[in-house]
Unconditional design. Structure first.
Length: 313
């Protein structure tokens, strides 16, 4: 937080630095969109269709929950036309930065305001961890985009912000949005069909669990090593045993891990049960290789659909 405060205090100096020293740049005709993480970046990319300048603050391959903005990030937020962030505890720094960098033309989209937020809960396999931590105050799950149903609502809000910021291209944004919403609807229908035809309704994660909105959307049960994106590095022995017993008892064929995980826990559980280890991508972070390859939210979620089909049988 000291670093955030230093950035906030330095903002005026950052914008004055170089005044009169650097040749004035020609004014761009494109609006600028800044997002904190991958999912809204990709939504904005689909809606903008090349008509806007996009920036994702979280570097590919980085840990989202320990991210701290740099002075350059602060300048980008200050100068942008549309800023999109999650709105949960992990980016609590945003509020102070926005308050200190008034920009009348900037539109702000907060993902958690686009949907009905859900309280984090203790799923199967997490009870031992909860008891160790002694409970705690209510927290809301931030991973609202993991449900395609929510992704549609978020895309609509981003589209409205782009249309307001750039009326000249509003019709193009609306066309792109309509096409994108159709793809999200098809994805939603695919997930629902998989669940409707499934032999079971429980999925197991030997990892963090950022899929509360997803499981609620499709009526799935889950067992996981950690609630949400908890910072714990190791699950308790009781939690691991509980997951192993769950997989054996219900003959669950797959244990999932999330993107950029070390997969150690999932592989240990798989070794004890014979389950297959598979990736279920939260679209929270993205590897540098996938980012360079232009992978999208739709790409990752379609792969998730195939993985879910394998897990549910």
């Amino acid at each position: 937080m000291k670093r955030i405060a230093a950035i906030v205090l330095a903002l005026p100096a950052l914008f004055c630095f170089g005044c009169g020293q650097t040749p004035a740049q020609p004014e761009t005709k494109q609006i600028s969109i800044v997002t904190t993480i991958f999912a809204p970046y990709d939504f904005a990319r689909a809606i903008a269709g090349g008509l806007a300048e996009l920036t994702m603050l979280l570097p590919p391959g980085s840990e989202a929950h320990s991210f701290e903005p740099t002075p350059r990030d602060a300048m980008k937020i200050q100068a942008c036309d549309v800023f999109v962030y999650v709105g949960g505890e992990s980016d609590a720094w945003v509020g102070k930065l926005l308050d200190s960098s008034a920009n009348a033309k900037r539109s702000v989209v907060t993902l958690m305001d686009c949907v009905q937020p859900l309280e984090e809960e203790i799923g199967e396999g997490m009870q031992a961890l909860a008891e160790e931590n002694g409970g705690g105050e209510i927290e809301y799950d931030e991973h609202v985009w993991t449900s395609p149903k929510n992704a549609k609502r978020i895309a609509e809000k981003i589209s409205a912000a782009l249309c307001e910021a750039d009326p000249a291209n509003a019709e193009a944004y609306r066309r792109n949005t309509e096409a994108y919403l159709q793809k999200l609807s098809a994805l939603d229908a695919e997930f629902q069909a998989i669940v409707d035809q499934a032999a079971r309704r429980t999925i197991v994660f030997g990892d963090r669990f950022p899929f509360l909105y997803f499981t609620r959307a499709y009526g799935l049960r889950y067992a996981a090593a950690f609630p949400g994106c908890a910072a714990e590095a190791e699950a308790s022995p009781a939690t691991v045993v509980g997951l192993i017993n769950k997989i054996k008892a219900d003959r669950i064929p797959v244990v999932f891990h999330i993107e950029l995980s070390n997969e150690k826990m999932a592989r240990a559980i798989a070794e004890a049960t014979g389950a297959k280890v598979m990736l279920f991508h939260a679209c929270h972070r993205i590897s540098a290789a996938d980012f360079r390859a232009g992978k999208t939210y739709l790409d990752f979620m379609r792969s998730n659909a195939a993985a879910l089909r394998a897990a549910l049988g």
